[in-house]
Structure formats: C-alpha cells, structure tokens
Design a protein around this ligand. Structure first.
Ligand SMILES: [Zn+2]
Length: 80
C-alpha cells in the first residue's frame, strides 16, 4: 500500500493531477481523494469534481494519480 514518508499515513491520498473546480471546505487541493484498505487497494474515492473518466483512470492506476498525503500534504509517498 502507499505510505506517506512524513507522517506514516497509509489510508488517504489525494491527486494533484486533478485540481478542484472550486475551493473546498477542507481546502485539500484536489478533485479526488482515495481511501485505501489494509491490503493497499482503493476502498473508496471521494470525488470532489473530477470527471468520471479521470476517476476511472485514477482507480486503475492509483500510483500515477495519487501523489500526496491527504493528512499532512507531503508528496513523499512510497509505493510498494
Ligand atoms: Zn503525511
């Protein structure tokens, strides 16, 4: 599973490739967040403005899309 090298988060990651269409309440700079399960697979995604085809691609290639930690914002993400 992906892991943030800074805070150790392995659950929630955002994609800086998919920019938000409008500022969100939680101010995380992405249109798409993914929550990973214990096995490293995407459990669910929070779509905050991403197109469906973009979300589909991100689902299929998470290591390409999800590139920052949703908890601390670091981009030092380690993939297995
Ligand atoms: Zn982090």
């Amino acid at each position: 599973m992906p892991r943030c090298m800074i805070c150790g988060n392995t659950e929630s990651f955002g994609s800086s490739k998919l920019e938000p269409v409008a500022p969100t309440a939680n101010s995380i700079p992405t249109a798409l967040l993914a929550n990973f399960d214990n096995e490293g697979y995407i459990d669910n995604m929070e779509n905050m403005g991403a197109q469906l085809d973009e979300a589909q691609e991100a689902w299929e290639e998470p290591e390409v899309y999800f590139d920052f930690c949703a908890f601390c914002g670091a981009k030092e993400i380690q993939w297995p």
